[in-house]
Design a protein around this ligand. Structure first.
Ligand SMILES: *[C@@H]1O[C@H](CO)[C@@H](O)[C@H](O)[C@H]1NC(C)=O
Ligand SMILES: *[C@@H]1O[C@H](CO)[C@@H](O)[C@H](O)[C@H]1NC(C)=O
Length: 344
């Protein structure tokens, strides 16, 4: 009791000093907007279960949060865009921190022995105008890669899950953790490639279930060979979609969901909420997702449908619509630069 009341007195005193200081030094309007922002930060922290180590960290995160909120709100206020942004779970991170934690496609490392075969849908005719594998029940639930740069594993696993759903009509969540720990060519949560993931699954004689080898949000070496050996879905091979062609990618996506690489490091991409994302990214590949369809909006804008692994709270319930047919051969965010899909 004694200690508590002492602390209360001290805290009140500290608050009094702070209030006095704010009152003296900062103009009234700015005070009010800072207090309002601080309240929003607290509410956002509660919503996303954020806890900071100490007051210094809290201060630092508040400054970053404030900057991001101002960016998001001024973008939305402009109101002449095809998409909106939201103050999502990434709002207290700098761009660099975000890149390090949530991306993880590593384009330029050596790839291994190839079980790749040539693209079988190139001469396909009657490509449909629109496809949405979600509506056909061929897409598993949206996952969260947490703070693990394992997007490549989530993209590859999502592609295999969809392939399995199309072939067997049985929903089954497969193990990203197995790929993170066991694919010898990847760097686990430090990054990797979907093609290498397919190679590993082929060489391993299959991939096990999520239940059998659950996701723990960090790489665990060594690979758990016992769990990895209990395989649920096998692959006979995989194919690469010819690069720099949205027509080829459409043919592939018309047949099954396809793993694609994109650039996702801009603030616009990070804070995307809804609508059709246009132009605000480059084509330096650093993220991997799953293309699960394509279509055209009522006002005539063509788009791809991408399944991300940043939980349902990001984008349109975990998905993004990305403009199609407007950025030359490479496509927006480099979407045609490295696409592949597994074969049963
Ligand atoms: C895939 O590659 C492995 C390792 O090089 C090889 O042993 C296997 O026969 C290949 N499988 C196919 C289907 O080509
Ligand atoms: C952006 O948000 C506004 C307000 O919620 C909404 O009316 C509008 O339809 C959204 N725009 C897009 C492209 O989704």
């Amino acid at each position: 009791m004694m200690a508590a009341s002492l602390c209360q007195k001290q805290c009140l005193f500290a608050l009094f000093i702070l209030a006095f200081w704010i009152n003296q030094v900062i103009p009234r309007q700015l005070q009010q907007s800072l207090l309002a922002m601080s309240k929003r930060h607290e509410q956002w922290m509660a919503k996303h279960g954020k806890v900071y180590e100490d007051a210094e960290e809290h201060q630092k995160r508040f400054r970053i949060f404030k900057e991001n909120v101002e960016f998001i709100e001024s973008f939305n206020a402009a109101g002449d865009r095809s998409y909106n942004l939201s103050i999502n779970q990434f709002a207290d991170l700098t761009r660099e921190e975000f890149k390090k934690l949530y991306l993880g496609y590593k384009p330029s490392h050596q790839t291994g022995s190839r079980n790749v075969t040539s693209f079988k849908y190139e001469s396909m005719i009657g490509v449909p105008d629109s496809v949405d594998w979600r509506a056909r029940g061929a897409v598993t639930s949206v996952k969260s890669q947490g703070s693990c740069g394992g997007c490549w594993a989530f993209s590859a696993v999502a592609a295999v899950e969809s392939m399995h759903l199309i072939n067997k009509h049985v929903p089954l969540d497969l193990s990203e953790q197995q790929l993170l720990d066991c694919d010898p060519l990847s760097h686990g949560c430090g990054g990797g490639l979907m093609r290498d993931a397919f190679e590993y699954i082929i060489a391993n004689g299959g991939i096990t279930s999520e239940k059998n080898y659950p996701f723990v949000e960090h790489t665990q070496y060594p690979c758990n060979k016992a769990s990895a050996g209990y395989t649920e879905v096998k692959l006979s091979g995989y194919q690469n979609v010819p690069i720099y062609s949205e027509e080829s990618l459409m043919r592939a996506v018309a047949k099954q969901p396809v793993s694609v690489a994109i650039e996702a490091s801009t603030d616009n991409f990070r804070f995307y909420r809804d609508g059709i994302f246009k132009k605000d990214c480059g084509s330096v590949l650093n993220h991997a997702v799953l293309a699960v369809g394509y279509g055209t909006s009522p006002d005539g804008i063509k788009y791809w449908i991408l399944k991300n692994s940043w939980a349902k709270s990001w984008g349109e319930g975990g998905y993004m619509r990305l403009a199609r047919g407007v950025a030359g051969n490479v496509g927006i965010c480099g979407i045609t630069s490295d696409s592949s899909f597994p074969i049963a």
